[in-house]
Design a protein around this ligand. Structure first.
Ligand code: IPE
Ligand code: IPE
Ligand code: MG
Length: 236
C-alpha cells in the first residue's frame, strides 16, 4: 500500500450510522434505547472530527426508506431528532459548527422543518466544521430533484454539464466525500449520496454505531491515509 502524500486527512467524511437496533437487541433493550445511544455517538464523532482535522462531516441519520419502519419507531426517531436539536444547538454553535440539512425535511412536519431552518440560519457563519445532516434523504430523490430544478431554471440540454448538474443537487457547495464509513458490518450504500460518492474511498467496520468512538474514527482515517486515489488515471 502506498501513502497518499497529497491529502492525508480526508476533507469530507460521510458516515452511514448503522447498527442502533442490533446494539439494543444485544442488550435486551428496546430499539429506541439503541437510537438514544446512537445520538451520544453523534456528539462524540462531531468532536472527534473537529479534533482530527476533518472540515466536512455528513451523517446519514434517516433515509427516505426509513419511513417504512413501524410508526412507533419513526415517532421515536423524530422525537429524538427534535430533542437532539434543542439540546445540542448551543453547543454546536459554540464549537463553530455550521449545520446544513439535506433531504425532505418537510416530511417531519412544519414545526421541525422550521426549527431545522432556524438552526441552519443561526450557525451559517461558522466555519470550523460543516456538519451535513441527511434527514429523510435518498440519493435517487436528490438526483431527480436536481433534474427538476435544472429544468425549472430553464437550463438548456447543451448547457447541462456534470458541474452545472451538481449545482442543483442538495449538496451544492459541499465537496464530494473523500471517505465513506459504514458501521455495523453491512456493506452497501442504501441510497445514500449516489452521485457524490463516485470516487469516495469506502470503509466498512463491524462496530455498531452506538459503540463508534474517536479511536474508531482515527483508525478509519489512518486506513484512508494508506489508500492511493487514482480517479481513473494512472499513478505517477
Ligand atoms: C441506524 O440503526 C439508524 C437508522 C437507520 C435510523 P438501525 O436502526 O438501522 O439499526 P439496525 O441496522 O437495525 O441494527
Ligand atoms: C441506512 O441504514 C440509513 C441510515 C443509517 C440512516 P438502514 O438500516 O436503513 O439500511 P438497510 O435497510 O440496512 O439497507
Ligand atoms: Mg440498519
Amino acid at each position: 500500500m502506498s501513502l497518499n502524500p497529497f491529502h492525508p486527512v480526508p476533507r469530507h467524511v460521510a458516515v452511514i450510522m448503522d447498527g442502533n437496533g442490533r446494539w439494543a437487541a444485544a442488550r435486551g433493550l428496546p430499539r429506541a434505547a439503541g437510537h438514544r445511544e446512537g445520538a451520544k455517538a453523534v456528539r462524540r464523532i462531531i468532536e472527534a472530527a473537529i479534533d482530527q482535522g476533518v472540515s466536512y462531516l455528513t451523517l446519514f441519520a434517516f433515509s427516505s426508506e426509513n419511513w417504512q419502519r413501524p410508526a412507533e419507531e419513526v415517532t421515536d426517531l423524530t422525537f429524538l431528532l427534535k430533542h437532539y436539536l434543542r439540546s445540542e444547538l448551543n453547543e454546536l454553535h459554540e464549537q463553530g459548527v455550521c449545520l446544513k440539512v439535506i433531504g425532505e425535511r418537510e416530511r417531519f412536519g412544519p414545526n421541525l422543518a422550521a426549527e431545522l431552518e432556524t438552526a441552519e440560519a443561526r450557525t451559517a457563519g461558522n466555519s470550523r466544521l460543516t456538519l451535513v445532516m441527511a434527514l429523510s434523504y435518498g440519493g435517487r430523490a436528490d438526483i431527480v430533484g436536481a433534474a427538476r430544478r435544472a429544468m425549472e431554471a430553464g437550463v438548456r440540454p447543451e448547457e447541462l454539464t456534470e458541474q452545472v448538474f451538481a449545482g442543483f443537487l442538495s449538496t451544492t457547495g459541499i465537496p464530494d466525500p473523500d471517505l465513506l464509513i459504514r458501521t455495523s458490518g453491512e456493506e452497501r450504500i442504501s441510497n445514500f449520496l449516489l452521485w457524490q460518492l463516485a470516487y469516495s474511498e469506502l470503509f466498512f467496520t463491524p462496530v455498531l454505531w452506538p459503540d463508534f468512538s474517536a479511536e474508531h474514527l482515527a483508525a478509519a482515517l489512518s486506513e484512508y491515509a494508506t489508500r492511493e486515489r487514482r480517479f481513473g488515471a494512472r499513478p505517477v
